[in-house]
Design a protein around this ligand. Structure first.
Ligand SMILES: [Zn+2]
Length: 437
């Protein structure tokens, strides 16, 4: 059987850099010549397209933010005539006005090619049957999963986020091998498969998760209940085409990203200078081929880090870590920059606790800052073990994040159930005793 190839497996670092420089020069020139917004921004920064002579010149370019997209509503960053736009998608964003992004036919094709590369990365073949449980429409990008599947040549089963009944029926009757969903939908389905006792009747091998942060514990549970061999995290942001701009690999050590389509910078969220390789910072992206709504140094506010070492899987594309949080959530405690995602990561490796937690910061009268970490005891654990649990958690925090935390263990179900956008950090240090404000 002929498998199409979407992955330049022998790409060298110098070839990649050449592609990036050419793409960067094209993007700046295209944006300057066709978007009044970008022309004004670049003029103000004193940069002309011909000034981009090497990759490092990216640092001369001005930043673009979510606020720019909101202010440019309804067609922000538009850099092609309307007759060349074939589709729009919108992102609701975490705050404020929606952001609408335009696509030319070439943008749609590029997106499908990137997505086909993701399926290839996941080891999918044309014989695979891909059940898509992601929504289709203005806000969501089921259509990206679908177009990539068709481009790749596997069989798409476009169910959307329908009810569990239809999903289970398709899983059993069509013997679906790959399931694409948000992390919470995947967990819901895993529990449904377990409840109905159909694990032995389905053929699910791989699950691709999009759009949400998820804990190691959640992944483990999904894998146990469904029997899937591999779970892959897929990053995706509407501003940058949508899902499919990279994928976790079969070695499960980070996310390879398609650096021939965009440049990823990891910058300190306050100084906006590059952090050291491997350190956590804000993801800032610049597209290399995007026509309708190109991005120049777009501040995503998502936190991650580059993984500088070559991957054991042998794939030539660079890697970034999972999304570790939002830069707005970063806090400084005793001169250490801390992100909730780091705490999340430490807690997810300790057994005997639930997945909910809160971080409270106080300023003591003696002038010292204290951190109180509230976690829940797992439902099956006994309160007698609380002192040992406290100790284990405090030690792990000290070892991995290099700060001291006072740990409080609460009964299971005490903390409010939250979604990924909810606040976990409550800073009371400025005399502000109102948690959540
Ligand atoms: Zn890899």
């Amino acid at each position: 059987m002929n498998e199409s190839n979407f992955m330049p497996l022998h790409l060298t670092e110098s070839e990649l850099r050449a592609i990036q420089l050419k793409g960067l020069q094209w993007t700046v020139s295209h944006a300057y010549n066709n978007s009044p917004f970008y022309r004004e921004r670049l003029d103000r920064a004193g940069v002309k397209p011909e000034d981009i002579k090497e990759l490092d010149d990216i640092r001369r370019l001005p930043f673009t933010t979510a606020e720019d997209l909101q202010e440019g509503y309804p067609f922000p960053l538009r850099s092609v005539p309307f007759e060349n736009i074939v589709r729009v998608h919108a992102s609701s964003g975490t705050t404020g006005k929606r952001k609408i992004l335009c696509y030319t036919q070439k943008d749609i094709d590029d997106w499908a090619n990137m997505f086909a590369r993701c399926y290839q990365m996941a080891g999918v073949s044309k014989r695979d049957r891909i059940q898509i449980a992601v929504g289709y429409g203005l806000w969501t990008a089921g259509v990206g999963f679908q177009a990539g599947c068709e481009r790749f040549g596997a069989m798409a089963v476009p169910v959307g986020p329908a009810n569990a009944e239809i999903h289970c029926q398709m899983l059993v009757d069509l013997q679906t091998t790959v399931f694409c969903a948000t992390a919470s939908m995947a967990l819901l389905m895993a529990e449904e498969i377990h409840r109905r006792g159909i694990k032995d009747k389905i053929a699910l091998r791989k699950i691709i998760f999009g759009a949400e942060r998820h804990s190691a514990r959640m992944r483990q549970r999904i894998q146990e209940l469904t029997g899937a061999e591999h779970l892959f995290d897929i990053p995706g942001m509407t501003e940058l085409y949508g899902p499919g701009t990279g994928l976790e690999c079969i070695a499960h050590q980070g996310i390879h990203f398609w650096a021939d389509y965009y440049i990823l910078e990891i910058l300190h969220p306050e100084t906006l200078e590059p952090v050291a390789p491997g350190e956590v910072g804000e993801m800032v992206v610049t597209t290399l081929r995007k026509e309708a709504s190109p991005l120049i140094r777009y501040r995503t506010r998502d936190l991650s880090r580059l993984i500088p070492e070559p991957c054991p899987c042998g794939n030539p594309f660079p890697r970034h870590d999972h999304i570790l949080g939002r830069s707005d959530d970063m806090f400084i405690f005793r001169a250490v920059n801390i992100y909730p995602g780091q705490i999340d990561h430490v807690l997810s490796q300790i057994s005997g606790i639930g997945s909910e937690y809160q971080i409270h910061l106080y300023h003591r009268e003696d002038g010292r800052d204290v951190m109180v970490l509230k976690v829940e005891r797992a439902p099956e654990s006994s309160p007698e073990k609380d002192p040992i649990l406290k100790d284990t958690i405090a030690q792990a925090i000290r070892r991995h994040i290099l700060v001291r935390a006072d740990v409080e263990v609460l009964d299971y179900g005490t903390l409010p159930r939250t979604d990924r956008k909810s606040k976990r950090v409550f800073d009371h240090r400025n005399g502000n005793s109102q948690p959540g404000v």
